[in-house]
Design a protein around this ligand. Structure first.
Ligand code: SF4
Length: 365
């Protein structure tokens, strides 16, 4: 097609695009007023398959993010995994490796080291052992607080109600209860080794105890968009919900889902934008750990972000989650690999008008 033909078709295309954009704006505005309305959410999701319409939705989501959460990210440390996961059989997407976790001594040393590198927040990731990690988590929380850190605990449904209270009293800033999926059939398919309601019970316990919590949803595992919308509409009812993160499914070798397709970034971006409209506006929308920094621009453009971002990761060894060029290595405990992604994240965020909070080093790298 030559330039004249393109220009001749331009005004008709422009009018059609304007109509579609106007429809997108109007449906989005209705959804903001009525976030439980499934029909509106489904309509908006369908319209946003077209990139020109998605741009309208993303713009609205970004304005909500900018107004209520902001564009400044706070770097957080991650110490992971700290304890054995006893879920049997393992979740079908999980590349869990037996014996692959940090000892208590390594984890404690990593905490001091992260605090020394100017971090304030740290995610402490288990291991799941239903009802079994009260004492170990409490010791870690006390050590983290002592080091000047605000710990967030991600141990699945591994705490008793009394343990949860003790963790909160001792300074646990939040609990991660990654439901992944609320739909019972989907949850049972993804997590056949777990009690179907244990993670929701943890969420309910946090809510009743007034403990802030975060959750994680996985995208691209054969779910329907209705499953995500149902999940989001349930989550929005919790007063103590602070953050919802999304994982973009990536098949892992050796798992039952090894031959499945990788989830598309476009699917996650549209989901993030919808979540921004449906969830309470001050809720952070995170990118789950382990994903490359390459995910950042589209996620941010779709309205994701604000708040904490996983920036310095301490793990037993290089597990392939951080490809070359994602960060620099910091000296850490023996047998522990520590990757600092702050320079990379700060540079990428600055490219699109966001920023990473200052991280004055208190210790030489
Ligand atoms: S609970 Fe977590 S670590 Fe355990 S099998 Fe499931 S995804 Fe893997």
């Amino acid at each position: 097609m030559n330039a004249a033909a393109i220009l001749a078709g331009e005004s008709a295309t422009a009018t059609k695009a304007q109509r579609a954009a106007a429809e997108c704006r109007s449906v989005a505005a209705e959804l903001l007023d009525d976030p439980d309305n499934l029909d509106l959410a489904l309509r908006l999701h369908a319209i946003s398959a077209e990139p020109r319409n998605a741009a309208v939705l993303f713009d609205l989501a970004c304005r909500i993010r900018d107004e209520h959460v902001g564009r400044c990210f706070v770097p957080a440390g991650v110490v992971s995994p700290i304890a054995i996961c006893a879920v049997t059989p393992p979740c079908v997407y999980c590349p869990r490796t037996p014996g692959y976790f940090l000892t208590d001594a390594q984890a404690l040393e990593a905490l001091t080291m992260l605090a020394g590198h100017g971090l304030h927040w740290v995610y402490l990731n288990g291991g799941t052992l239903p009802g079994g990690y009260d004492a170990q988590a409490l010791a870690l929380v006390e050590a983290a607080v002592e080091a000047g850190l605000s710990p967030v605990l991600n141990f699945g449904p591994s705490f008793s109600r009394a343990g949860l209270r003790a963790l909160h009293r001792s300074g646990a800033a939040a609990i991660v209860t990654s439901t992944e999926a609320f739909t019972p059939e989907l949850f049972a398919r993804l997590k056949p080794g777990e009690a179907p309601d244990a993670r929701q019970v943890l969420m309910d316990d946090c809510e009743e105890e007034g403990i802030p919590f975060e959750t994680i949803a996985i995208a691209g595992v054969g779910e329907r968009i209705e499953d995500h919308l149902d999940h989001l509409r349930r989550l929005r009812r919790y007063r103590c919900l602070r953050r919802v993160s999304f994982s973009r499914f990536r098949p892992a070798a050796g798992t039952p889902m090894a031959d499945c397709m990788r989830c598309s970034p476009w699917a996650v971006a549209r989901l993030v934008a919808l979540a921004r409209l449906v969830l309470p506006p001050a809720c952070e929308i995170g990118l789950n750990m382990g994903l490359e920094a390459d995910e950042l621009p589209l996620w941010f453009a779709a309205g994701g972000g604000g708040g904490r971002i996983h920036a310095v990761v301490a793990s037993p060894r290089d597990d392939g989650h951080l490809p070359a060029g994602e960060g620099s290595r910091l000296a850490g405990p023996q047998g522990c690999v520590v990757v600092d992604r702050r320079p990379l994240l700060a540079g990428m965020l600055a490219e699109f008008g966001a920023s990473l909070a200052a991280f004055p080093p208190r210790m030489a790298a």
